[in-house]
Design a protein around this ligand. Structure first.
Ligand code: CP
Length: 366
């Protein structure tokens, strides 16, 4: 049956390799066309930990996304940018995409990986503290990527850690590199959203089906979206909770000046949304729960003709596979593009700009 599906896809579009995933794949070159990538700006990340979206301004996120687009469309990887570097991926909570996309990013740039696929494989199983584990990491690698069920885990590791750390999801806290992958997909879809001045008719209605205050990917996505406020005419948050934001996010939204509304009735807003971001896995303390899963989308949903759907995945039944084969599906691009966002961040934090071939078009070094 799988073979039949591949054959059907190949026949429908002979230009595309048949193993290409379904959905919308905007050309990354549109994001960097007639634009340059400012390495000097990216050098601001050298040696830095990436903990929260609040560390970033719009210009830095744009440079990261443009650099990712360059990595996606050129052969910079062939010049071994991470040769000699060891990345520790320390995952104290399950992950499909984040751990594997970080590890793929490293290996494709010729770096090396040592990996903790689950916390029980470490001294945690015997009662060892995270701050002691952080001290050990100093001797074993050059950068640490961490995922943990506890929001406080990153701070505990940082207590003794002297290497840069990338937060790959801390409990109900943040998931900053996911948010960059999300906006990388959106900017490839509509590159004009990178501009500082955007005509009212080109601004988007951003919908969030989920609870930012309890979902780290949604939290980071919303924080990052506020940096691109010039292109947003309205934000609608569709949640089962009466207060899905919490005081800090609410204040950030109020400060942004973007018009926003909160509802528990998807039917009042869905048909006007240009971008729909959804999720149903939330954290309560240090354990998962399902939230907002009654807000479901499928191929028959009342979506705008050119609306796109994003989802950090894993999905439950809120996102029906019948949407996979439609032009609304930006979520596979979102997941695939994460490799290049993570490559851009690793090269920047580890200061491997000298490995980029000097003749690479679009690169500005000073
Ligand atoms: N998007 C995301 O964080 O997925 P994983 O939990 O599979 O890493």
């Amino acid at each position: 049956m799988v073979t039949d599906k591949i054959k059907r896809k190949a026949a429908a579009n002979p230009e595309k390799p048949p193993l290409y995933s379904e959905g919308l794949y905007p050309n990354p070159k549109k994001l960097i066309a007639q634009d340059t990538i400012d390495i000097n700006k990216l050098k601001g990340l050298v040696g830095k930990s990436i903990l929260s979206i609040d560390q970033f301004d719009k210009d830095m996120v744009l440079e990261i996304c443009k650099f990712a687009a360059l990595l996606e469309t050129t052969t910079i990887a062939e010049s071994h940018p991470l040769d000699g570097k060891i990345i520790i991926t320390a995952f104290f909570e399950p992950s499909t995409r984040t751990r594997l996309s970080f590890e793929s990013a490293v290996l494709r740039l010729d770096g090396k990986i040592i990996s903790i696929p689950e916390g029980q494989a470490t001294g945690v199983a015997k009662g060892e503290s995270l701050s002691d584990i952080g001290e050990m990491f100093n001797a074993y690698g050059d950068l640490v990527v961490v995922r943990h069920t506890e929001t406080t885990a990153v701070d505990e590791l940082l207590h003794n850690l002297r290497l840069p750390l990338i937060n790959a999801g801390n409990g109900s806290g943040e998931h900053p590199t996911q948010a960059m992958a999300d906006w990388f997909a959106i900017l490839k879809w509509k590159p004009r959203l990178k501009q500082d001045v955007i005509a009212p008719e080109d601004r988007i209605h951003l919908g969030i089906l989920g609870t930012p205050g309890s979902m780290r990917a949604v939290n980071s996505f919303l924080r990052l979206s506020l940096l691109f406020k010039a292109g947003i005419r309205r934000i609608s948050i569709v949640s089962d909770l009466a207060d899905p934001l919490g005081p800090e996010l609410e204040e950030s939204l109020n400060r942004s000046g973007i018009r926003y509304d909160i509802t528990n009735d998807i039917n009042t807003v869905l048909s006007d949304m240009d971008v729909v971001y959804m999720n149903s896995i939330a954290f309560l303390g240090d354990s998962y729960k399902t939230l907002d899963s009654r807000f479901k989308l499928d191929a028959g949903s009342n979506l705008k003709e050119d609306a796109v759907v994003l989802h950090p995945l894993a999905r439950l039944d809120e996102l029906d596979p019948t949407l996979d084969g439609t032009h609304h599906n930006l979520y596979f691009t979102q997941a695939h593009g994460a490799v290049f966002i993570r490559q851009a961040l690793l090269i920047s934090v580890l200061n491997r700009f000298d490995r980029i071939p000097p003749a690479t078009p679009g690169i500005v070094k000073s």
